[in-house]
Design a protein around this ligand. Structure first.
Ligand code: NDP
Length: 338
């Protein structure tokens, strides 16, 4: 006989919209009924959950590219899980799916909204990181948005994180003349230089970014991949070379701000440099996914591209894992393992 299907499961709800840093009281871990799959649906037991900086934006009511989370309802996010019951053609119990009903133990969802992933081709967690959304963000942002070309000097902030560590290594593999990274601890800086092959790296907490970047990039930067905003962005504009490009991926330094912060004070420099600054969303670049999976997948398999994951165990620790991403507890992709 097939094992009995779960009737209840735990899920994280947002109770109130955080002001500034999210507090535990803004959330609740709730035991809820598990809906059995209707026609075309599957029931999935989540194995890995993704926690990502963009989720901070969804906790606020402000209109943005991703809709705000509903209050008193399960939050969503990337997840990989194993099918335990299927009412959908072509999907069997035991299959693994990548989907967006994270922050919970069990998810009942339309099979058409999920993608099959192969646990034998790559570790399941990597479909959330190096071979998943954050990896594609790095790939598309560097190669397409920033129009990276061989010989460019590249600066990336948040360089020990999921996106940033991949940006730096892809730039190196594609022939950057110099790759510079910034991160929030001396250990992360060592990792960038020793393991990921960055030419220079600095701890942004150890001194002004502007001065440290000047030292690390004596000949300026052609591409800046911004994960941080604030003083990092201003420093990068200040070092931009002729024809330089800035891809604005994220501005994590401001995600918990309660007041808008002033932008870079030196944008006039874009005139003389004919510089370009362009924001992007990974969701617009999924046409690159096959190329990304092929190229980056082969670098990962050959060991030319290295990655780390910070794995937090237990659904009950998902909120702490998310807060940890905002604090910088993670090296590489932050993942929750159930
Ligand atoms: P990371 O793995 O990079 O984790 C976030 C990191 O940000 C932390 O580890 C921390 O590292 C750093 N950080 C936190 N606060 C600050 C601060 N005040 N100043 C500088 N660094 C800080 O996350 P991701 O790789 O998932 O995301 C990186 C960026 O990319 C984020 O801004 C995110 O919003 C953005 N993003 C954008 C997408 C898009 O489509 N545009 C898609 C995916 C991500 P440290 O110890 O170095 O401080």
């Amino acid at each position: 006989d097939a094992p009995a299907l779960p009737t209840t499961g735990r899920e994280w709800h947002l109770l109130s919209r955080p002001v500034g840093w999210p507090k535990p009281e803004d959330f609740d871990l709730v035991e809820a009924e598990v809906r059995q799959p209707g026609p075309g649906e599957v029931l999935v037991r989540n194995v890995y959950l993704s926690v990502d900086p963009y989720m901070r934006g969804r906790m606020s009511a402000a209109k943005s590219y991703a809709a705000p989370y509903d209050l008193n309802a399960p939050m969503t996010g990337g997840a990989v899980g194993e099918v335990v019951a299927s009412n959908a053609e072509g999907v069997e119990p035991g299959d693994h799916l990548l989907h967006s009903d994270g922050w919970r133990e069990y998810a009942t969802l339309e099979a058409g909204k999920a993608a099959k992933v192969d646990p034998d081709a790559a570790p399941l967690s990597t479909y959330l990181g190096v071979l998943g959304m954050t990896g594609l963000t790095a790939y598309a942002g560097l190669l397409r948005v920033a129009s990276f070309k061989e010989g460019d000097a590249v600066f990336v902030s948040g360089a020990a994180g999921a996106v940033g560590s991949q940006v730096g290594q892809i730039a190196k593999l594609k022939g950057a003349s110099r790759v510079i990274g910034s991160a929030g601890s001396d250990e992360k800086v060592e990792l960038l230089k020793k393991e990921y092959g960055f030419d220079a790296a600095f701890n942004y907490k150890a001194g002004p970014v502007r001065e440290q970047l000047k030292e690390a990039a004596p000949d300026g930067v052609d591409v800046y991949f911004d994960n941080v905003g604030g003083d990092h962005l201003e420093a990068a504009v200040g070092r931009l070379n002729l024809g330089g490009r800035i891809a604005v991926c994220g501005m994590i330094s401001g995600y918990n701000d309660t007041e808008p912060a002033p932008g870079p004070r030196n944008l006039m420099r874009l005139i003389a440099t004919r510089g370009r600054i362009e924001g992007f969303l990974v969701g617009d670049h999924y046409d690159l996914r096959p190329q990304f999976v092929e190229e980056v997948g082969s670098w990962v398999r050959s060991g030319e591209l290295k990655y780390r994951e910070t794995v937090v165990e237990g659904l009950e620790n998902t909120l702490e894992a998310f807060l940890g991403v905002l604090r910088g507890d993670n090296t590489g992709k932050m993942i929750v393992k159930l």
